[in-house]
Design a binder for this molecule. Structure first.
Ligand code: PEP
Ligand code: MN
Length: 333
């Protein structure tokens, strides 16, 4: 059960609400986000919610049977929109496109990609500076200096930045240069990181874990929301299955289920989803047809020379063709 409280609730009214919940044996978590104040109540399901609904200070009350609560569409029926400023809004019906290299590599690389994004009216650039790599000997990213360099170029053109944060101690230093923090698949259930991201006022895109279920992804988002940050996006990026013909099994089903179960925007990552360049554009289109609010994909001037994930990265021509097709798709959507 979720209780939304009035912002200016009197302490005595809150006490009465809490006492009533206690009498009914609920365990209560107080959640104050950048937008609302909530009480998340776990306990019996057969209560007549009018007992609490009529109390002073209660704005609204909802029964939520899912084990994730605040991210559930059972209480919030309108879709969440994420406003990044400069008219860049995710979840408003227009497919949100995020593109860029797997890793930020050099100033020259970034300026070429920025030019490509501008040419194709892509408003959000991706690019990792802290890279979770399966091998410790692989390129691990340029770190904060790479992010500052990326920011300097993006800022001039009002391009927004999404980049991965790997640990809580990086958040403060990155904060100024980031529009969306990405939680990578490997950190999807790093609850200390999720807690820390719940305490900041910045959008977070959380990826599904490598072997993560849909419910686990929703619960990871719930961690961040319950610590106070409602600005969340979910990302389907493929999961590990028994199949070996491609890098991951891109779960298009998940896009529809997530859209149904949650009010949060859903972003598809077909690059990591299949891991093979030539198939990425069709999966990007399929994701939008399945209801995704946006697509994040990897692009590089010379994918064959990329320092990471070149095999799944589009070149500029392939990326441009994809954007053209998405324009056509918009009419159908
Ligand atoms: C990435 O976006 O480059 C990345 C490392 O993704 P994932 O966490 O999905 O593997
Ligand atoms: Mn990558």
């Amino acid at each position: 059960m979720i209780i939304q409280l009035h912002k200016n609730i009197q302490p005595t009214d809150l006490q009465i609400i809490c006492k009533t919940l206690e009498e009914n044996k609920y365990s209560v978590t107080t959640v104050n986000t950048q937008f609302e104040n909530y009480l998340v109540c776990i306990g019996k399901t057969d209560i007549d919610i009018r007992i609490i609904g009529h109390l002073k200070g209660v704005k609204d009350i909802h029964r939520v049977s899912d084990n994730y609560k605040l991210v559930s569409s059972k209480w919030k029926t309108e879709n969440t929109k994420i406003n990044l400023g400069d008219s860049v809004i995710i979840g408003d019906g227009e497919p949100a496109m995020m593109a860029g290299p797997c890793s930020i590599e050099s100033e020259e690389q970034v300026s070429k990609i920025v030019a490509h994004l501008l040419k194709n009216n892509i408003k959000i650039m991706r690019g990792g500076v802290y890279k979770p790599r399966s091998s410790p000997y692989a390129f691990r990213g340029m770190g904060i200096e790479g992010l500052k360099m990326m920011y300097a170029q993006c800022k001039q053109h009002k391009i927004k930045i999404i980049t991965e944060v790997m640990q809580a101690s990086q958040i403060n230093d990155m904060m100024e240069y980031v529009d969306i923090f990405q939680v990578g698949a490997r950190n999807s259930q790093n609850y200390n990181l999720l807690d820390a991201l719940g305490e900041i006022d910045k959008p977070i895109m959380i990826k599904r874990g490598i072997s993560g279920t849909i419910e686990e992804l929703l619960n990871s988002a719930e961690y961040i929301f319950s610590k106070g940050n409602e600005k969340l996006l979910l990302c389907e990026r493929g999961i590990r299955t028994f199949e070996t013909m491609y890098r991951n099994t891109f779960d298009i089903n998940a896009i529809q289920i997530l859209k149904d179960k949650s009010h949060l925007p859903v972003i598809a990552d077909p690059s990591h989803g299949i891991g093979i360049r030539e198939y990425v554009p069709k999966l990007a289109l399929a994701s939008l047809m399945a209801g995704a609010d946006g697509v994040i994909y990897e692009v590089h001037e010379k994918p064959e020379e990329a320092l990471s994930d070149g095999q799944q990265t589009l070149n500029f021509i392939e990326s441009e063709r994809l954007i053209e097709k998405i324009q056509l798709l918009k009419a159908i959507l």
